[in-house]
Write a protein that binds this ligand. Structure first.
Ligand code: G6P
Length: 622
């Protein structure tokens, strides 16, 4: 996790770093810091708390340095306090580092460095990187007696040697006081992009911190380092082999990452869903021929059509979309499918037979567990398909083929518009595979027509926002909630519960509605709202029975039902209606009121909706 940003150019670095860190704050926000270098003088400011707290401790006067590095942290090793905040400086005071990732062998390295006389001031794994670079730099040789080649840059060499010793993941930006016009970046397992502007360079974990300055960038690959000076940059491997990188256009604009009049990114992203789902479907659904054309899937389409088994792997909200995917593939394409938590899958010694296709789903394309699951699947011979939002992200590049969500940057930590697009992509795939395998083209055509109507229907649901806020208000003092759904709406119940937990800190459980009677029903009192998703579906009557079970025990019911269902009002203390849709497509509609419910509950409780405590948007550590 964590966000890093670094600048070398002609403008004052400080405001650029601060602005960049604010754009990356979704990646972590428990402490922050910057280091600025002018001549041989380094000045470091860091503090526990958010970027605003860092701004409070900066000198009023701009000091004009044109080279600097910055960091916003999501703590892994060591508490989120000022000492553990980045940048970290080595014991000699020359090497300064910001780091995103985890150094797994830091304890061994630290013990060794201590024996060599190095001292440490923090509890972090990251400080070890600064210390080891400092050690190699100072000694000019490794313990094996290897040193920099004649004419080699000693700072660059020390970084390369260090990164050959560390085990783990890193995105790094590094300064050395002896090189006042040099900045080094390096990457392995954590994202790192170099923005290339006119006479200026910006390293960042994410293009959001770059796009304001330039749209030209290079995406570093694992095991590469970049050395930047005012004259330009060069990229190399850790073994010092030059690497040629291609400049790429960053595909999103500044407007997409602005709040655009909304109070929160989450609110903006919920409201964007009619448009984001529309964009996701655009040009991919051929209504005339009842077909779906997903360009990125073409190389795998035959294999996918004949596959014997699909494994979907993801984390968090993307896992919930994957569960909808499991139902879609089984019901529409009749392909055995199962969704796996990426974090479990990778350690479970999974059985992957010939002909299994693994689908990795990830908004950020950087989630460490999902990445590791992909590697595991590939090692076992599976072909891997990615459903990813962030263009050029690690998962997008690691998978064999893929489909982009095309929803633009999602900044709110609680995922919303990525979920609806993930389900839209899975629905397109399942309908197309179904058509190729067994379903009549009339039915496929009908489903596709209905799919194209989803964006307008989401719009209708968004107009209920005030009504949903009132429901949140009426239940705002309740500390425990249940979310219950069946069939395609069971994953939505899980997602509704997750949204509420994440941002309002209310305890919530999502369950298949019928499971309630096997235990959770014991919890029902008038203090526990039960949210039922009871739209018109094959299990409608059964779910009415489940609602009755709650009501007869004094429970409060909030029911999401289909528009025009007059019968159900009788069972609901609060009723929210959504437009009709075929069952497999309903999750894209029924999730919207639950996103709004969680959003309003969090705002009413006075929480920072976009930066919920302890969370971060992109979990790049295991
Ligand atoms: C974090 C976020 C969740 C997200 C999950 C998976 O936990 O807080 O909102 O669903 O990671 O992220 P991904 O980027 O892989 O979809």
């Amino acid at each position: 996790m964590c966000g890093i940003v670094a600048y070398l150019g002609q403008k004052p670095a400080r405001p650029i770093l601060i602005e960049g860190l604010k754009r990356l704050e979704y990646r972590g926000y428990d402490s922050a810091g910057i280091a600025l270098l002018a001549g041989n003088v380094i000045s470091i400011k860091k503090t526990a708390g958010r970027i605003s707290a860092l701004e409070d401790i900066l000198p009023r006067q701009e000091t004009g340095e044109v080279l600097g590095i910055g960091h916003t942290r999501w703590a892994t090793h060591g508490q989120p306090n000022t000492i553990n905040a980045h940048p970290h400086i080595d014991y000699s005071g020359k090497i300064v580092v910001v780091h995103n990732g985890i150094i797994e062998n830091y304890a061994t390295l630290k013990t060794w460095l201590k024996k060599e006389g190095c001292t440490f001031s923090s509890d972090t794994d990251s400080e070890v990187i600064a210390a080891l670079i400092g050690y190699f730099y100072e000694h000019g040789s490794t313990p094996d007696g290897d040193g920099p080649a004649d004419g080699a840059n000693r700072f660059e060499w020390a970084v390369q040697q260090t990164l050959r010793e560390v085990v783990g993941t890193y995105g790094l930006a590094i300064l050395c006081t002896d090189y006042p016009d040099m900045l080094i970046g390096a990457k392995k397992g954590s994202p790192l992009i170099l923005g290339v502007g006119k006479s200026e360079f910006i390293i960042a974990s994410d293009a959001a911190a770059i796009v304001e300055h330039t749209t030209q960038a290079i995406y570093l690959s694992d095991g590469e380092i970049v050395t930047i000076t005012p004259k330009g940059f060069r990229t190399k491997t850790l073994a010092n082999a030059p690497v040629t990188k291609e400049l790429k256009e960053i595909e999103f604009s500044l407007e997409q990452i602005e709040l655009a009049g909304c109070e929160h990114y989450m609110q903006k992203e919920i409201n964007e869903q009619p448009e984001s789902v529309r964009t996701c479907l655009q040009g991919r659904v051929d209504l005339q021929n009842a077909r779906v054309v997903l360009g990125g899937l073409q190389p795998l389409l035959r294999e996918l059509t004949r596959t014997k088994r699909i494994i979907l792997s993801a984390c968090g909200t993307a896992w919930h979309a994957g569960l909808v995917g499991e139902f879609l593939f089984e019901q529409l394409a009749r392909i055995p499918a199962e969704v796996e938590y990426a974090s479990e899958f990778r350690y479970r010694n999974p059985i992957i037979e010939d002909g299994t296709i693994v689908i990795a789903i990830s908004q950020s394309g950087e989630t460490a567990d999902t990445l590791a699951a992909i590697e595991q699947a590939k090692e076992r011979g599976a072909r891997v398909l990615g459903i990813v939002n962030v263009v050029g992200s690690t998962i997008a590049r690691t998978t064999d083929v893929g489909v982009y969500l095309r929803v633009g940057p999602e900044i709110g930590v609680a995922s919303t518009k990525a979920f609806t697009a993930q389900v839209a992509v899975l629905a397109m795939m399942a309908i197309e595979l179904g058509r190729r395998r067994h379903i009549a083209s009339d039915y496929a055509g009908h489903l596709l027509e209905e799919l194209m109507l989803i964006p307008d229907k989401i719009e209708t649901i968004l107009s209920l926002s005030d009504h949903i806020r009132q429901i949140a208000q009426a239940n705002i003092d309740k500390e425990n909630w249940l979310f219950l759904g069946r069939g395609f709406n069971y994953p939505v119940a899980l997602e509704g519960a997750l949204k509420l937990k994440e941002i309002s800190y209310i305890h919530a459980e999502g369950l298949p509605a019928a499971e309630m009677k096997h235990g959770p029903i014991a919890l029902i009192t008038n203090q526990m709202p039960a949210v039922f998703i009871a739209t018109q579906c094959s299990q409608y009557d059964k779910i009415i029975g489940n609602i009755e079970e709650v009501r007869s025990r004094g429970g409060q019911t909030i029911v999401v039902a289909t528009e025009g269902d007059d019968h159900i009002a009788h069972y609901a203390d609060h009723l929210i209606t959504v437009p009709e849709a075929p069952e497999p497509l309903q999750p894209m509609l029924t999730v919207i009121p639950l996103q709004l419910l969680a959003y309003h509950a969090a705002v009413l409780r006075g929480h920072d909706v976009d930066k919920p405590r302890n969370l971060a948007k992109s979990v790049t550590v295991e």
